[in-house]
Design a protein around this ligand. Sequence first.
Ligand SMILES: C[S@@+](CC[C@H](N)C(=O)[O-])C[C@H]1O[C@@H](n2cnc3c(N)ncnc32)[C@H](O)[C@@H]1O
Length: 264
Amino acid sequence: MKLYDSTYMRESTHKLLILFNGSNESTWNRRHHMFILTLNNKLFLAPINNPKRVMDVGTGIGIWASYGLQLDLGDDVADVSQGRRRQVSGSRRTDLSPTFRATPAPNLLFEIDDCCSEWIYPPNHFDYVHVRFLYASIADWPAFYKECFDHIAPGGYIEHSEPRPDLLSDDGSIAPGDIMHQCSDLAKEASQNFGKNIMIAPHIKTMIEEAGFVNVVEKQYKWPIGEWPVDRKLKDIGRWNMQHWFEGLDAWTLRLLTQYCGVS
Ligand SMILES: C[S@@+](CC[C@H](N)C(=O)[O-])C[C@H]1O[C@@H](n2cnc3c(N)ncnc32)[C@H](O)[C@@H]1O
């Protein structure tokens, strides 16, 4: 359905905050670039070694998976499992909607699937599962991580990155009660009413451990908004993030605040 110039899933099928609508492609590209800057030009941090089966869950336009195959994961991810549509599928990316862009890699398969339903893959199937920016998409995270655990082979890895939706300041310049706090508090409240809490970043490590994963490592990074940091890397991220907020804010908040928090 169309609302506020954005495309949303029909409520009768899947309740999603927002879907790809063409105009937010640059927002997603920008965010991908911010992740790459943050991780010092890496696509992932897990110490995966020669993985054969990789899945990028909720792949969006598929930018991570496409780059992953071309750059870091290497050509060894190949021809090792049966796809549902064709038989070449070393690396998979799944999504609820056909938002992906064409890929030159023959060993990369896009599948339309609901990651919140029971997974169709055999147990212990994947060496590595990548999850990024799925907040506001999943209601039952413990059930999701359980599916991940059951389908990752012993010795394999899950890597999950999410932003915190609330705005924090090191120096108190965003004081309690500030309009920025009010906005993020409303968004958190609205997301709970919506049924998919956007404040999951602080709970990821615990939930992943509770699903059965061991040796879980958590890393936190700052994403400044604007060019104000002195540090060159943070300044660069801040410049990208400022534009990311300008482009993304309507899509992130309009439906949430008006339909799920009574804001007009
Ligand atoms: C914000 S985008 C993130 C895309 C990508 N992970 C990235 O970091 O560039 C979230 C994506 O998750 C997909 N999604 C949401 N719920 C899903 C579900 N239950 N199963 C599969 N994909 C889902 C959406 O369609 C959307 O493409």
